[in-house]
Design a protein around this ligand. Structure first.
Ligand code: CUA
Length: 369
């Protein structure tokens, strides 16, 4: 092998091997954790072995003939030239066609199986892809969250997925996938939305999330736990930071979580830093964020918008900013100080907040459990 080739291939191979050895490797589609991921896995394994067998037969024959008819002393000149062998040609046309037809049967069956809308006790969730975070809306439960999809174990979750841009949704309109921009939305705003792709390798295959279109998919987890997912389609500057987690609870724990998410946020007692934070939020942040429970001095609700993540239970989430950052005070301060410097292209602008204002906002956000 040429030295230059080694210089390129060596580090590449090392990177691959090192990546496979990551101690906490999650996102492993070879370890399905639910029936829908299992179905895809059950298709992958036999198809993989068929492909592997073909690879070894074809490559084996190739290497064998290269070796057998290699140039040797005494074999000078051009070898006898052969051309055309009807039997061979028919064989190597029909055989691959038969193999492909054989593989197509379980493939097509599985595709239709996975695309079917589940029946019975199903949890419906709308998945809205934003630049660069995920919104999860539960129409029956009347709750909405960001970057953390909570599901009960042992129950199919039917997802409707759509991509939305800034201003696509009306102020405080319910977050849901709609066939087109809702009435009253600025039509041009659909231009902000781009294609994403939703992927939780341990729970299901992938599904594209497309502006102006609603796709569906089903996932289900057998056991409680946290499964990590991410956007799998390049969608702009911070595509790599468009991550999320799926938290699977026992059905009882899931009901408790829903009850907690339904409760409005309590206003902090007056005169505290948190109260000052609530005031800043009510003044500046509601152009993009909503908090159920946020009130003005008269106790009237302050309506926000759902362009950005709903913050009603912000502190109950373990990560924010598309799960790029773990939820803690230090990260929050960094983020509030200048979001685009933390996350390239962030639609949340730098509001030039003072350190004191940032502390007050952090204090308030920490009350939103
Ligand atoms: Cu969204 Cu990549």
């Amino acid at each position: 092998m040429r030295r230059e080739t080694l210089k390129v291939l060596g580090p590449l191979a090392l990177t691959l091997i090192a990546a496979a050895c990551a101690p906490n490797a999650t996102q492993d589609s070879l370890r399905p954790a639910g029936p829908y991921a299992e179905k895809a896995h059950d298709l992958f394994v036999p198809v993989f072995w068929v492909a592997a067998a073909i690879f070894f037969v074809v490559e084996g024959l190739l290497v064998f003939f290269v070796w057998k008819y290699r140039h040797r002393k005494g074999r000078e000149g051009i070898p006898p030239q052969v051309h055309g062998n009807t039997r061979l040609e028919i064989a190597w046309t029909i055989l691959p066609a038969l193999i492909l037809a054989g593989v197509a049967v379980p493939t097509v069956t599985t595709i239709f199986d996975l695309a079917r809308e589940p029946e019975g006790d199903v949890l419906n969730v709308d998945v809205l892809g934003h630049q660069w975070w995920w919104e999860f809306a539960y129409p029956q439960e009347g709750i909405v969250t960001a970057n953390e999809l909570h599901i009960p174990t042992g129950r199919p979750v039917y997802l409707r997925l759509c991509a939305v841009g800034l201003g696509y949704q009306q102020q405080v309109a319910p977050s849901e996938c709609q066939p087109g921009p809702p009435e009253g939305a600025v039509p041009a705003s659909l231009g902000d939305s781009v294609i994403h792709s939703f992927w939780v390798p341990e729970l299901a295959g992938t599904q594209d999330v497309i502006p102006g279109r609603t796709n569906t998919m089903v996932l289900q987890a057998d056991d409680p736990g946290t499964y990590t997912g991410q956007c799998k389609e390049f969608c702009g500057l911070s595509h790599a930071f468009m991550k999320f987690t799926v938290v699977a609870h026992t059905p009882e724990d899931f009901d408790a979580w829903v009850a907690g998410q339904r409760a409005p946020a309590a206003m902090p007692p007056g005169g505290t830093p948190a109260a000052a934070g609530a005031e800043i939020l009510a003044g500046q942040c509601i152009a993009c964020h909503a908090i159920n429970g946020l009130q003005d001095a008269n106790g009237d609700p302050i309506l926000g918008s759902n362009n950005g993540p709903d913050l009603t239970h912000f502190a109950s989430r373990e990560c924010f900013a598309g799960c790029m950052l773990e939820t803690n005070d230090e990260n929050l301060r960094r983020w509030l100080d200048d979001p685009p410097s933390v996350k390239a292209g962030s639609w949340m602008p730098d509001y030039n907040l003072t350190p004191e204002q940032i502390d007050q906002l952090v204090a308030y956000l920490n009350t939103l459990r």
